[in-house]
Write a protein that binds this ligand. Structure first.
Ligand SMILES: Nc1ncnc2c1ncn2[C@@H]1O[C@H](COP(=O)(O)OP(=O)(O)OP(=O)(O)O)[C@@H](O)[C@H]1O
Length: 658
């Protein structure tokens, strides 16, 4: 049992002097309780025990047989099973230690019916001698020395609050027979000290308060259904789907850690969205620092380019020149297609997502091909005109020896079929799979085989096109999971986002009925939303006010628009108002105090405490209302606590309406 009323020291970092006092106490407690502990080990356990003065909980067991000692440390950074030993354990021992740690923590409950995830237990090896040479079973253990021990307490990995730490520790105490719980109290502050908090203390307090949020607790706790998906044995390619915010990516990241511990090969996390892998890499490193080198986070085209380079296949991808090749083709065929649809990008998408994206190489195939989600139906005669546009575009690319993204996917697919990877991936996770082209899927399936895990939500497709997983020859039967509890959006935000729910049936990515956002259960009450409507002239003031009045730090908020040209307009407003911002394109998930800004395409898959979305009512999104609805749904569901939704009317439409 913990001593009755420990102060809430998690919110109150110790001063240096207090820390020294705590370490002295810790040393005395260890001498009394574990008199035979070797001095080199004692030094480490003093450091671990000192954290209990700040609310961490330590359970210790001496193992004289193995010349080591082990402990469980529960703190704001989660649960760590710690082995202190000079010699790294061999693979078999390491696996046994991992099972031991997982078994001891099995069945620990979290808030709202969640469970402590098996994949959440951190296994840490601490070597007293200062030997920091990599251990052979890297990836099972996080390996530290006495010198770099403070890494274990790093603030950026904080995700549990005091109540959660205590609740885990109380439950762990019952499961840890043979371990002694050791604690030291923090020194009392004198009345003078209480008034003399230095700046560092205040910063620490601020940080701790911000981290009181329960949102990050997914690093330790999963819903039992999420947990089951993390550990299930699939024997074939699998798919996780479910509406926005249901924890699909969270499950995928835990599963990567779980699978990495049970395999030896490299692992890959990829997606079509360029900026996303960086953000998830940052998150994953907090979850599983020991696996930083084994799991590769790369967006699909970067992976393909790297792969082709390694195979000696040169490609020439220049986005600007590729666009010019299309523009020239469009100029040549504009007259014949304009009456069907005047927006050039519609036809560029037709080539990218339908003709080339699906790997159609003959006009006959194109005539027969389904164009689900393309908005406009085309007759065979109109398709003939599109095919001519496509042929001219292809000629323009060939003349300049250019490759577009579809070309390099095709090259990679051919190359993988010719010669598979010499060291196959133990797991390939594909996030936001709904936006990958059909040929991209074929390539990933060839790359990963049975080790493929596809994660996505048909309702959040922001690029037009349409396929079923079966079209790519990926058999999912019996290996499709659907998550249904929304953990991200507070109830108010969720209910606002649900207005963009699909009128049509939602697809589960494989042709069957999926779950729509309106069907999810909401896990977090509260939240705020604000709507604004006005003219383009009035936008600057309204947006600046909305940013100044944000109920969250501006660095935790994002401004999302739907078209590139609108981005420029909004950035001009920010520049004028001197509001520092960062392009979402370059956001890697590290906190930086700046407002994040980007189009919805760059905001996919991530979340922010607050979102400001600006919709220019006049803009057309590829002439497709459904697509626009899906993009709005994605933008609105990026917000956790607060959503500001601005609509800019046509310039002639006059004043602000409430
Ligand atoms: N088990 C959990 N406990 C607490 N919070 C959770 C849990 N699972 C997910 N969350 C919260 O929900 C957020 C959304 O999770 P995640 O990004 O995995 O959802 P998603 O289904 O991939 O969403 P989207 O499809 O909208 O990108 C996380 O950032 C986290 O804050």
């Amino acid at each position: 049992m913990p001593p009755a009323a420990l102060p809430n020291v998690l919110d109150m970092a110790l001063t240096n002097q207090a820390r020294r006092q705590v370490e002295q106490k810790a040393s005395a407690v260890l001498s009394a309780e574990f008199p035979h502990l070797r001095p080199a080990y004692r030094q480490i356990f003093v450091a671990l025990l000192a954290t209990t003065a700040e609310g961490w909980r330590l359970f210790l067991r001496e193992d004289s047989g193995r010349a080591g000692a082990d402990a469980f440390l529960v703190g704001p950074n989660g649960v760590s099973a710690i082995v202190v030993s000079e010699a790294p354990p061999d693979e078999t021992t390491a696996q046994a230690l991992l099972r031991h740690a997982e078994a001891r923590c099995a069945g620990i409950h979290g808030p709202h019916g969640q469970v402590l995830a098996r994949s959440a237990v951190n296994l840490v090896l601490i070597r007293p001698g200062g030997n920091s040479a990599p251990v052979s079973n890297d990836g099972l253990f996080r390996s530290l020395t006495a010198e770099n021990l403070p890494k274990l307490f790093q603030r950026d990995a904080v995700h549990l609050n005091r109540r959660q730490v205590d609740s885990i520790a109380e439950q762990a105490a019952k499961r840890l027979a043979g371990y002694a719980e050791l604690r030291v109290r923090p020194p009392e502050r004198t009345p003078e000290q209480v008034g003399l908090l230095d700046v560092a203390d205040l910063e620490e307090d601020h940080l701790a308060a911000a981290q009181e949020s329960s949102f990050e607790s997914w690093m330790t706790f999963l819903h039992p259904h999420q947990q089951a998906v993390v550990t299930r044995n699939y024997n074939g390619p699998a798919r996780i789907s479910g509406p926005a915010g249901t924890g699909k990516t969270v499950v995928a990241l835990h599963r990567l850690r779980y699978l990495a511990r049970r395999s030896t090969g490299p692992l890959l996390f990829t997606t079509f969205v360029r900026s996303l892998p960086l953000v998830h890499r940052t998150t994953f490193r907090r979850l599983a620092p020991e696996l930083a080198d084994r799991v590769e986070f790369t967006h699909l085209h970067a992976w393909v380019r790297g792969f082709l380079e390694r195979r000696g296949t040169g490609v020439n991808v220049d986005r600007g020149q590729v666009d010019t090749a299309f523009s020239k083709a469009w100029q040549a065929h504009r007259a014949s297609l304009e009456s069907v649809e005047p927006i050039a990008v519609y036809w560029q998408n037709e080539i990218d997502r339908v003709i080339k994206g699906k790997g159609l190489t003959t006009f006959d195939d194109y005539v027969k091909a389904s164009r689900t989600g393309r908005g406009i139906g085309l007759t065979a005669g109109q398709k003939k005109l599109v095919w001519r546009l496509y042929e001219t575009y292809q000629r323009n690319l060939a003349e300049k020896r250019l490759h577009d993204y579809n070309d390099i996917i095709d090259l990679a697919l051919a190359e993988l079929r010719r010669e598979p990877l010499s060291e196959p991936y133990s797991a390939v996770v594909v996030d936001e799979v709904q936006d990958i082209t059909l040929n991209g899927l074929r390539m990933l399936s060839t790359l990963a085989g049975d080790n493929l895990l596809l994660v996505g939500d048909g309702q959040q497709q922001v690029y037009p096109g349409g396929w079923r997983l079966s079209d790519a020859g990926i058999p999912i039967q019996g290996r499709g999971e659907v998550l249904r509890v929304n953990y991200r959006n507070r109830a108010e935000v969720l209910s606002f986002a649900q207005r963009f729910d699909a009128k049509n049936r939602v697809d589960d990515l494989d042709g069957a009925a999926g779950v729509a956002l309106r069907d999810v259960e909401s896990a977090n009450p509260g939240g705020t939303t604000r709507s604004w409507r006005g003219s383009e002239k009035e936008l600057a003031e309204a947006l600046t006010d909305a940013i100044r009045e944000l109920p969250v730090p501006v660095g935790n908020a994002a401004l999302i628009v739907f078209q590139h040209n609108e981005l420029k307009q909004c950035k001009a407003v920010l520049n004028k108002a001197k509001i520092p911002y960062q392009d979402l394109e370059f956001y890697d998930g590290e906190p930086n105090g700046k407002l994040k800004v980007g189009t919805v395409h760059r905001a996919k898959g991530v979340d922010f405490q607050a979102v400001l979305a600006v919709h220019f009512a006049q803009s057309a999104v590829d002439n497709d209302e459904d697509l626009q609805g899906r993009q709005h749904l994605v933008a609105a569901t990026r917000a956790r606590d607060h959503l500001w939704w601005g609509v800019v009317e046509a310039q002639t439409s006059g004043g602000v309406r409430p």
